[in-house]
Design a protein around this ligand. Structure first.
Ligand SMILES: [Zn+2]
Length: 83
């Protein structure tokens, strides 16, 4: 498993790595694309295809729900790993 010390910026990583790590770190919270983009220093356009793809895997799910961070109802993704 990859390790990122808390507080360290992971912005040097490729975008898929950042999105993946962000979601796993926030297991099992549901988070919208907007907030993932903000926290990973990317854009919604860049991460939408990534979260959609992750949502198809058994480790993640993507549904309509309430974002844990901004409390808006939107398309949210969450990690199901290490629950
Ligand atoms: Zn949000």
């Amino acid at each position: 498993m990859r390790r990122f010390p808390k507080g360290r910026s992971s912005s040097g990583l490729p975008i898929p790595e950042r999105v993946y790590s962000f979601l796993v770190e926030h297991t099992p919270e549901r988070i919208g694309d907007d907030c993932i983009a903000k926290r990973t220093e990317t854009t919604t356009e860049e991460i939408a295809p990534l979260t959609a793809t992750l949502g198809l895997t058994t480790d993640f799910e993507q549904t309509q729900g309430t974002c844990r961070l901004c409390k808006l109802r939107t398309l949210v993704t969450r990690s199901l790993r290490y629950v």
